[in-house]
Design a protein around this ligand. Structure first.
Ligand SMILES: NC(=O)c1ccc[n+]([C@@H]2O[C@H](COP(=O)([O-])OP(=O)(O)OC[C@H]3O[C@@H](n4cnc5c(N)ncnc54)[C@H](OP(=O)(O)O)[C@@H]3O)[C@@H](O)[C@H]2O)c1
Length: 319
C-alpha cells in the first residue's frame, strides 16, 4: 500500500511517499481502507520531534511507528480474529490516537472500539474532520466548561479545528463569542459567526479589561495569573493544549486553589454517537481546509505547523 513515512525527526519535506506492506489486523482490530484523513498537532510534533518531551511517546531517537496520521474516515476491509463489532463494508470514522496512529496510508489497523459509524449524510471528507476537534471542543465547552445559555465566551485559537467547533457549540446556546487568532483566519472567523475577533499578534486578550464566563484555550501561552484576569466571577477556564511548561504551571495553580482552571484530558470518540444527529442535520458542521490530495501531505503538514489553515486540513486518500 502507499503510505507517508517519517524515518527521522526533522522537517515535513523529509517525509516520503512509499510502498509498504499493508498491516494485518490483530485479534480485536479491524483493517480500514482510509478514504480521508486530516492533519493534527500530533503529526506536526511527530515530524519535527518537538516538543522534545513528546519523544517519550513517539520514540527517543526516531519515530517508533513511522506512519503519522491519527484521524480517519473509511470502510472496513477485514476483521481481526476476535473482532465482532463491525462488518466488512461498514463506513467508519474515528480518532485513533489511543490505537497507534498510522492513518497517512491506504490501510490502517485500528482497535474496533476506537471506531464509530459515520453519521448519515456525511461524506468521508466531512467525517474525517470531526472526531478529534469536535470531541475536544465538546468536552471543553459542555463537559469541563459547563457552558450556560447566553454566557460570554472567549476562544483562544478560535480559527483552528477545536475553535471552529467550540464556536458552534457556544452559539447553539445563544452565547456571545469572541475569538483570538491571527492573519487571514480572522476574516473567516467573522464570517463564521464570532462576535468579535482579536489578533493575538496585536493584542493580549488577558490585558483587554474584558471578562468572560468561559475561556476555552486551544493554545495556552499565558500564566494562570494572567488568565485569571480574563475570567468573570463564577467563570471557568478550560485548556485543551498548549506549551507543556504552561500546562504544568496551570496544574500546580489548580492544586493551589484555582479550582476554576481546568486542563482537559481527551477521551477520544466518547460522544460521537450522541452528537451524530446534530452532524447529520448540519446543526454542527466541520470547517474544512481542503480537501487536498494524498501526495500533498508533506506540504500540508507545514501549512498546519505554520498556522495557515482554517478549521481542519483534510486529505483525500481514495479519489
Ligand atoms: N487535551 C488533550 O487530551 C489533547 C489531546 C490531543 C491534542 N490536544 C491539543 O489540542 C489542541 C488542538 O487544537 P486545534 O486542533 O484546534 O489546533 P489548530 O487547528 O492548530 O488551532 C489552533 C489555532 O491557534 C492559533 N494560535 C497559535 N498561537 C496562538 C496564540 N498565542 N494565541 C491564540 N491563538 C494561537 C493557531 O494559529 P497560528 O498557528 O497561525 O498562530 C491556530 O489557528 C492542540 O493544542 C493539541 O496539542 C489536546
Amino acid at each position: 500500500m502507499k503510505a507517508i513515512v517519517c524515518m527521522q525527526y526533522g522537517t515535513p519535506e523529509q517525509l516520503q511517499l512509499r510502498d509498504v506492506p499493508a498491516p494485518v489486523p490483530k485479534d480485536r482490530q479491524v483493517l480500514v481502507r482510509v478514504h480521508a484523513t486530516t492533519v493534527n498537532d500530533y503529526d506536526w510534533s511527530m515530524v519535527i520531534g518537538r516538543p522534545r518531551i513528546y519523544r517519550l511517546f513517539f520514540g527517543l531517537f526516531r519515530p517508533r511507528r513511522p506512519i503519522p496520521g491519527m484521524e480517519l474516515a473509511g470502510v472496513v476491509e477485514a476483521l481481526g480474529s476476535k473482532a465482532t463489532k463491525w462488518r466488512v463494508g461498514d463506513k467508519v470514522y474515528g480518532d485513533t490516537s489511543n490505537g497507534g496512529l498510522g492513518t497517512f496510508a491506504e490501510f490502517v489497523s485500528v482497535p474496533e472500539d476506537e471506531l464509530r459509524r459515520i453519521p448519515e449524510g456525511l461524506s468521508f471528507v466531512e467525517a474525517a474532520a470531526v472526531p478529534h476537534a469536535l470531541e475536544l471542543a465538546y468536552q471543553a465547552v459542555v463537559g469541563l466548561g459547563k457552558l450556560k445559555d447566553k454566557e460570554r465566551v472567549l476562544i483562544n485559537g478560535g480559527g483552528g479545528g477545536v475553535g471552529t467547533f467550540a464556536l458552534q457549540l457556544a452559539k447553539r446556546q445563544g452565547c456571545t463569542v469572541w475569538g483570538v487568532d491571527t492573519g487571514e483566519k480572522l476574516k473567516a472567523m467573522t464570517a463564521m459567526g464570532f462576535d468579535r475577533v482579536i489578533d493575538y499578534k496585536q493584542q493580549d486578550f488577558t490585558q483587554l479589561g474584558e471578562r468572560f464566563d468561559l475561556v476555552v484555550d486551544a493554545r495556552t501561552k499565558r500564566s494562570a495569573g494572567d488568565l485569571a484576569r480574563a475570567i468573570a466571577p463564577g467563570g471557568r477556564y478550560v485548556t485543551v493544549g498548549g506549551d507543556p511548561g504552561r500546562l504544568i504551571a496551570l496544574l500546580l495553580a489548580r492544586w493551589f486553589g484555582r479550582r476554576n482552571m481546568h486542563i482537559l484530558a481527551l477521551r477520544s470518540n466518547k460522544n460521537l454517537d450522541d452528537l451524530a444527529p446534530m452532524l447529520s442535520s448540519s446543526a454542527l458542521k466541520p470547517v474544512i481546509d481542503g480537501p487536498y490530495e494524498f501526495q500533498e501531505l508533506p506540504r500540508l503538514i507545514r501549512r498546519f505547523g505554520e498556522g495557515l489553515h482554517t478549521g481542519k486540513v483534510v486529505v483525500r486518500v481514495v479519489k
